[in-house]
Design a protein around this ligand. Structure first.
Ligand SMILES: Cc1ncc(COP(=O)(O)O)c(C=O)c1O
Length: 459
C-alpha cells in the first residue's frame, strides 16, 4: 500500500472511531459485520445515523454529500417529502392484505406509459424480477440457455451469479469466456445453461448462437454495464443485439434495475432507441422502499395469465411499495427533475474533466442520466477484461480521500458509480468538485510515480 493511501486511511480511522467499534460488534453476529457483502470493506465501513435530502451523517457526527444513495436506489434523495407522505398515508390504512387493490393497476399504467411493455408484474427486489424475467424467456422460447455478459450483474439467483467478477486466471479465452460461478452453491446444471460473451462484442455473441443453435432463450444485459464503473455500449451494439436475438428466435432482456429510472424518463429504451422484449425494474422506482417490476408484451406475459409460468409473492404490491412507487413516478421522476439532475451531472462530470486535464491524471469520466464515474484508465473500457486493469490502490486513495473531505463520491468499490438525486443542489456539486480539486494533484503524483516505477522495472 502506498504512503498517500495509508495516510488517507489513517485519517478515515481518526474520523470514524464509533463506526470501527460498531463494526467490531456487528461482526460477532453478522458475517463480515454487514447485511450484504457489498457493504463490507477494509478497514471497516461507515455506520450511518441518518439521511436528509442529499446528505447523510455517520454515527461519529461527520456529514457527507451522498452520491452512494444506497447503490443508486435514492434518485429521490433521502426522505423525499412526497415519498414520506405517501408511505405515512399507507401506514395508516393498512400495509398489506394479500388481496388486490387499485394501486396495482395504477402503477402498472405508469410503467406501461414510460417503457415499451404492455403488462407488468411486481416484486420486491432486482434479484427477484431478473429471476422471473429469465424464467419467462425460457418458457416463451422453450429453451434453457441464457446468454449474459462477462462482468454483468443481475442479482443473486443462480442464473445471474455466473461470471460476475471472475478472476483474471478464471476467465478463459476472450472469444469463449468461461462460465465462472460467483461462489459455491451454484449447480453445475445452471453453469451449463449460462453462456457468457464479452460486452461490446457482437461477433462473440453471434459465435455463441452458432455454438448453441436454437438453445439460447434470451440475452440479458444492462444497456450500460454498471458493474464495472460505467461501460458504455459502443454505437450499434444494442441494435446489433436486438437484431441477433430476433434472428435467432431469442428474447432480449434489458435489466433496467439501475438504468430504468435513473437514465431517462423512459429508461434505456428511450435513451438508446432500442426496444427489448422484457424489461426489469427495481431500485430507484421504489424511492427507498423495496419494489421491483418486470414487464413485457401481452403475448409474453400471457404465459402467466394462461397459468403456464408461475409468478407469486407474499409482499408483491404491498401498499407501502405501491404508494412509494406511485409517488416516485408521479412526483419525483418528472421531466423537470430529469432536466435538473442532467444539468447537475453535466456540471459535475465537466468539472471532473477539467480537473483531470489540469493535473494530468490519466482517467476519464463517462456520464449519463444521473450517473457518472471516475474511471482510472488511460482509455475508455469496452468490457470486463479492460476494467480488470484498474489501479485499485489509486482508486482507494480517491475514495477515502473524498470521504475524508466530506463527500461520498459513490459506493465503496471501484465497480460502482455516482448517483445524483433530485434533491442535490449546485452547492453539493461545488463541494464535490472542491474536494476532488484538492485531492487530484496527489492522485496524479502517485499515478506518475507508479508508472515510472513500472517503466524502470522494465515492464
Ligand atoms: C443491474 C442490476 N440488476 C439486478 C440487481 C439486483 O437487485 P437487488 O439487489 O435489489 O436484488 C442489481 C443490484 O445492484 C443491479 O444493479
Amino acid at each position: 500500500m502506498h504512503d498517500a493511501l495509508k495516510k488517507e486511511i489513517s485519517t478515515y480511522e481518526h474520523r470514524t472511531p464509533k463506526s470501527a467499534k460498531a463494526h467490531r460488534r456487528a461482526e460477532t453476529r453478522l458475517p463480515l459485520g454487514v447485511a450484504s457483502n457489498y457493504r463490507g470493506y477494509e478497514p471497516y465501513p461507515i455506520f450511518v445515523k441518518d439521511g436528509h435530502g442529499s446528505r447523510i451523517h455517520d454515527i461519529d457526527g461527520n456529514e457527507y454529500v451522498d452520491h452512494n444513495l444506497c447503490f443508486g436506489v435514492l434518485m429521490a434523495g433521502h426522505s423525499h417529502p412526497a415519498i414520506v407522505k405517501a408511505v405515512e398515508q399507507a401506514l395508516e390504512v393498512g400495509t398489506t392484505f394479500g388481496m388486490p387493490h387499485e394501486m396495482e393497476w395504477e402503477l402498472a399504467e405508469e410503467i406501461c406509459a414510460r417503457y415499451p411493455v404492455d403488462m407488468v408484474r411486481f416484486g420486491s427486489s432486482g434479484t427477484e424480477v431478473t429471476m422471473h424475467a429469465c424464467r419467462l424467456a425460457r418458457a416463451a422460447t422453450k429453451r434453457d440457455k441464457i446468454l449474459k455478459f462477462e462482468g454483468g450483474y443481475h442479482g443473486l439467483h443462480d442464473t445471474a451469479l455466473v461470471s460476475v467478477k471472475p478472476k483474471a486466471e478464471e476467465v478463459g479465452d476472450a472469444n469463449w469466456p468461461n462460465s465462472v460461478p460467483g461462489g459455491l452453491g451454484i449447480p453445475q446444471g445452471t453453469l451449463d445453461n449460462v453462456v457468457v460473451a464479452s460486452f461490446n462484442d457482437l461477433r462473440g455473441v453471434e459465435r455463441r448462437f452458432k455454438q448453441y443453435p436454437d438453445q439460447i432463450a434470451a440475452i440479458i444485459l444492462e444497456p450500460i454495464m454498471m458493474n464495472v464503473g460505467m461501460c458504455m455500449p459502443q454505437p450499434g451494439f444494442l441494435e446489433g443485439l436486438r437484431e441477433i436475438a430476433t434472428r435467432h428466435g431469442a428474447l432480449l432482456i434489458f435489466d433496467e434495475v439501475k438504468t430504468g429510472a435513473k437514465l431517462a424518463w423512459g429508461g434505456a429504451s428511450e435513451f438508446f432507441g432500442v426496444k427489448p422484449d422484457i424489461i426489469t425494474l427495481a431500485k430507484a422506482i421504489g424511492g427507498g422502499v423495496p419494489l421491483g417490476a418486470f414487464g413485457a408484451s401481452r403475448a409474453v406475459m400471457d404465459l402467466i395469465s394462461n397459468h403456464k409460468v408461475f409468478h407469486g409473492g407474499t409482499y408483491n404490491c404491498n401498499r407501502l411499495s405501491m404508494s412509494a412507487g406511485l409517488a416516485m413516478f408521479r412526483e419525483v421522476l418528472t421531466r423537470e427533475n430529469y432536466a435538473h439532475v442532467a444539468r447537475l451531472n453535466k456540471r459535475l462530470s465537466d468539472g471532473y474533466r477539467k480537473i483531470l486535464a489540469k493535473v494530468d491524471l490519466q482517467a476519464y469520466v463517462p456520464s449519463a442520466g444521473s450517473n457518472g464515474s471516475l474511471m482510472l484508465y488511460p482509455e475508455e473500457i469496452r468490457n470486463y477484461r479492460d476494467w480488470l486493469k484498474i489501479d485499485q490502490d489509486l482508486w482507494r486513495q480517491y475514495w477515502f480521500g473524498m470521504v475524508n473531505r466530506g463527500v461520498l463520491p459513490q459506493p465503496y468499490w471501484w465497480d460502482e458509480q455516482w448517483t445524483i438525486s433530485v434533491q442535490h443542489t449546485d452547492a453539493d456539486i461545488d463541494k464535490h468538485l472542491a474536494a476532488f480539486e484538492d485531492l487530484a494533484p496527489g492522485l496524479a503524483k502517485v499515478q506518475q510515480e507508479r508508472r515510472s516505477a513500472f517503466v524502470d522495472a522494465g515492464q
